[in-house]
Design a protein around this ligand. Structure first.
Ligand code: CDP
Ligand code: MG
Length: 158
């Protein structure tokens, strides 16, 4: 089934100038970009976004991290894209992520050597249909999302 999912490129991705490489990864996997913007996230929006983690010890540091610099918000669509995008992003802990995933490829050393314990793992992606719907409407107005056809549709989406 065709699904849409929310992806955030976190401040470390922008600082490290990986925007193009990461978006290319999704496009080359046959996923379609329905929404795309560079922004500085409001603390209240990030707190809502991560509300499932609000009792966890890392909550204040992940909120601080996500508001520390520009981020890119994306809506990505494709056949079973929610699970597919999670796989492409890789394990939460970059050291455990598959080498060919975004986190495995570009963030594998970040926790220990660079961040003092904050998991700077480059990307966020929605983990199920319910959170995808919630997160897409948290970060995007409807008028910012576009549907369009592509000659690749027949190859990747069925
Ligand atoms: O992002 P993902 O869904 O893979 O992981 P999560 O368990 O939902 O955690 C959200 C984010 O909080 C992670 O991506 C990390 O940036 C951060 N986190 C952290 O800094 N330290 C942890 N022990 C767990 C998560
Ligand atoms: Mg999560």
């Amino acid at each position: 089934m065709y699904e849409k999912t929310l992806v955030l490129l976190k401040p470390d991705a922008i600082e490290r100038q990986l925007i193009g490489s990461i978006i290319t990864y999704f496009e080359e996997a046959g996923l379609k970009i329905h929404g795309l913007k560079l922004l500085k996230a409001k603390k209240s929006v990030v707190e809502t976004h991560y509300q499932e983690h609000k009792e966890k010890p890392f909550f204040p540091s992940v909120v601080e991290f996500l508001t520390s610099g520009p981020i890119v918000a994306l809506v990505v669509g494709g056949y079973e894209s929610i699970a597919k995008v999670r796989k492409i992003c890789g394990d939460t802990e970059p050291g455990k992520a598959e080498v060919a995933s975004i986190r495995g490829r570009w963030a594998h050393i970040s926790r220990h050597s660079m961040t003092g314990g904050i998991l700077k793992n480059l990307v966020h992606s929605s983990d199920c249909r319910e959170s995808a719907a919630k997160e897409i409407s948290l970060w995007f107005d409807e008028c910012e999302l576009l549907d369009y056809s592509s000659p690749n549709d027949g190859w990747f989406n069925f």
